[in-house]
Design a protein around this ligand. Structure first.
Ligand SMILES: Nc1ncnc2c1ncn2[C@@H]1O[C@H](COP(=O)(O)OP(=O)(O)OP(=O)(O)O)[C@@H](O)[C@H]1O
Length: 252
């Protein structure tokens, strides 16, 4: 079974392809890390696959009508601003919108999904707090909880752990790991290569708009690739929990 299939996906910003003929499929049980330097095309690939940017090629997700798409995949964009002075619980409950008729109240099942999402992100004590009165990292966790409340087979996230403290970064990736183990799938862009190596079952590496490598973390995170794609001189330490990447310097 495939939860997302992208074939020859090309996204142009102006004339220039910023994603060039990307192809991959994701199935249940996978936690896929999308890695690559700034400007490599990760956000453009995610947004193209979701049908949020015009593209050439095919995406199984973008082909779905909006309501079905929202029931198939939850999306956490890179921009995290919460504009509305609503309670944390109400923001998280927005994740249930794809399942609600216009004006309908949350059913017990909807409320259960909201409660589970709050609990997974350790936000039970924040339930009644105004989301706009939280710190940046707390707001980021609320928005992750909103995607969890959507309860979809696939979760797509753009740098979800940016701005989180180290414990919250690990806790979030453990949630993603657990989702995959439950038979869902996650596709997430990440800049922390060690955490990507530790918590992802597979890494897709992008460079200059192209997928340059796709496979298990220990096969993808090599010193040669980090030099070539990231211009990074790095020490890679194999551990039982996946490769640890220690950046040492920039290759001019
Ligand atoms: N609105 C835009 N108009 C023109 N070019 C854009 C636009 N947004 C992004 N780009 C360009 O598209 C390329 C890919 O950008 P994208 O945001 O997909 O990269 P990324 O890998 O997600 O980077 P980062 O790690 O910095 O978030 C970059 O060269 C960027 O300058």
């Amino acid at each position: 079974m495939t939860l997302l299939s992208v074939q020859n996906l090309t996204v142009r910003r102006g004339e220039c392809p910023v994603v060039d003929a990307a192809s991959f499929s994701i199935g249940p049980g996978e936690c896929v890390g999308l890695i690559g330097p700034n400007g490599a095309g990760k956000t453009s690939l995610l947004r193209g696959a979701l049908g949020l940017l015009p593209f050439e090629g095919t995406s199984s997700l973008a082909a779905l009508p909006p309501r079905q798409r929202a029931a198939q995949a939850a999306w956490l964009p890179q921009t995290r601003e919460i504009a509305w002075p609503m309670s944390v619980e109400r923001i998280v409950a927005l994740g249930r919108l794809p399942y609600l008729a216009r004006g309908a109240r949350l059913s017990p099942a909807d409320q259960g999904a909201v409660d589970a999402a709050l609990s997974r992100m350790g936000l039970q004590n924040f339930r009644t707090r105004l989301a706009t009165a939280l710190s940046g990292g707390e707001q980021a966790r609320v928005l992750i909880a909103r995607t969890l409340a959507q309860d979809t087979p696939l979760l797509m996230a753009d740098e979800p752990i940016a701005g989180l403290d180290p414990a919250a970064q690990i806790a979030t990736l453990q949630v993603f790991e657990a989702l995959a183990q439950e038979g869902r799938a996650v596709l997430t862009s990440l800049h922390d290569l060690s955490l990507a190596g530790r918590y992802c079952t597979r890494l897709i590496m992008m460079g200059a708009g192209r997928i340059v490598a796709d496979g298990p973390p220990d096969k993808i995170l090599t010193a040669e690739r980090l030099a070539e794609v990231f211009h990074l001189h790095a020490n890679i330490v194999p551990t039982p929990h996946g490769p640890l990447v220690q950046p040492l310097g920039v290759i001019a």
